[in-house]
Design a protein around this ligand. Structure first.
Ligand code: ADP
Ligand code: ASP
Ligand code: MG
Length: 412
């Protein structure tokens, strides 16, 4: 039988009523003749609560134990979803990551899926089971410990299952009815896109649009998974939501496809480091060893052989970065006079494959921000995106002004 993957995010399984509603939707697909793999998130708010408990217990936690705690939310919803389906006379069984197994790297708290063996689940489908409910977000390391895939990781579980089972489609059910030109919570003028190219979705996701986890888009692009984002709260037709697809499938598109933002950014500056070969390698090697994900980097103008090095990183990694750089300094590995940390910055980005062939997008973006009196702290660009780091208090304003200026409320 053809296989369909349906993923339900936290708000779609937030309570028993919503689980029932999601289960009914699964029942509809089963009735059409599909074997369904349902991927569930934890109930909304649950993972945040678990992460909070871990941080309160141990601020620089052992990531193996973080995973042991934080993966548990999905176990509850997987079991409840299977029970709900059974109550509806749909033959269903739940699976935790290790039972499938979903084999991952041992990079705890941000593991990557390496392999999913379809055999166990396929054998059950052959025996008449119609729905496999799989706990999203989790897997098992080569050492046999539970891992998690990073926040939002159930999206990646879903796409990886769709690839492993050759599913006809991977439907991501969430609390918005598709991918928008920007987060509809920040701009009332955000417009739903019927289709978006993999490359654009990849950039939007990695720049903060959490509607899909970045890695899920990467996998969908690599394995040619038909990926659709749609609402679990509305009646759905087969064309509902947003299809993430190859750019060749899209006839017309705006130069800028969307505006993304990331609120949880911090900026650190190492004051007065030596300006000589090897210094950047020492700094960023040390941060990488400490598990810090550095994003934007600028080296300031050098004076008398000394320079300042600025970089951005997720706010929740500042503690680790300070500790690692402090130890590097005290061990004599790096000389600097001060470490300056700004916690209230945000990153705002415009994304679009049209930028490959049209110039002037950066100039326009900087003009818009300047007209709003917003100071740019750091800039980075790639072929299809421009990102700026600004004061967090101006983030919403910047997003709305850019959305207006690039006329994203209008279709191409
Ligand atoms: P789930 O729990 O279903 O995984 P998430 O909260 O992870 O849901 O993702 C959905 C949210 O992503 C939406 O509620 C919306 O606020 C946010 N979002 C950010 N950027 C976008 C965008 N460009 N289009 C749609 N939603 C977006
Ligand atoms: N529950 C996890 C999280 O909140 C994974 C997910 O929902 O995708 O990050
Ligand atoms: Mg999500």
């Amino acid at each position: 039988m053809p296989v369909l993957v349906m993923k339900f995010g936290g708000t779609s399984v937030a309570n028993l009523d919503r689980i029932r509603r999601a289960a009914k939707r699964v029942g509809v697909e089963v009735a059409k003749g599909y074997d369904v793999i349902v991927i569930v998130s934890a109930m909304s708010g649950k993972t945040n609560e678990l992460v909070g408990w871990v941080n309160e217990t141990s601020p620089l936690f052992d990531a193996r134990e973080y995973d042991a705690v934080v993966s548990s939310g999905e176990n509850v919803t997987a079991g409840l979803m299977a029970l709900t389906l059974q109550e509806m006379d749909v033959p269903a069984r739940s699976w935790q990551g290790w039972q499938v197994p979903v084999k991952t790297t041992s990079a705890h708290s941000q593991a990557r899926i390496e392999d999913i063996s379809p055999d166990n689940i396929t054998a059950k489908f052959n025996e008449g089971m119609r729905v496999a409910v799989v706990a999203g977000f989790q897997g098992i390391s080569p050492e046999g410990r539970i891992t998690t895939l990073g926040r939002g990781g159930s999206d990646t579980t879903a796409v990886a299952f769709a690839a492993a089972f050759g599913a006809e489609r991977c439907d991501i059910y969430t609390d918005v009815d598709g991918v928008y030109t920007t987060d509809p919570r920040v701009s009332a003028k955000a417009r739903k896109l019927d289709k978006i190219a993999f490359e654009e979705m990849l950039e939007l996701a990695s720049l903060g649009a959490k509607v899909l986890q970045t890695r899920s888009v990467e996998l969908a692009m690599r394995y040619k998974v038909r990926l659709r984002v749609l609402s679990s709260f509305e009646e759905q037709s087969d064309e509902a939501g947003t299809l993430v697809c190859d750019e060749e499938e899209i006839m017309e598109s705006n130069v800028v496809a969307g505006v993304a933002f990331s609120r949880d950014e911090a900026k650190m500056t190492l004051i007065s480091v030596a300006d000589r070969p090897g210094i950047a390698s020492i700094i960023f090697g040390c941060l990488s060893d400490a598990g810090v994900n550095v994003d934007m980097i600028v080296q300031n103008i050098s004076e008398e052989g000394r320079t300042d090095m600025t970089f951005s990183l997720p706010t929740d990694q500042v503690g680790r970065a300070e500790k690692a750089l402090g130890e590097l300094k005290s061990s004599g590995g790096l000389n600097f006079s001060d470490l300056d940390t700004e916690l209230d910055v945000a990153k705002v980005s415009v994304v679009g494959i049209g930028m490959r062939s049209q110039s002037g997008v950066a100039a326009k973006m900087f003009k818009v921000l300047s007209d709003e009196g917003i100071n740019i702290k750091v800039i980075t660009t790639s072929e299809i995106k421009i990102s700026v780091l600004i004061d967090r208090k101006y983030m919403e304003l910047a997003v709305q002004a850019l959305h207006d200026a690039f006329e994203l409320e209008k279709a191409a």
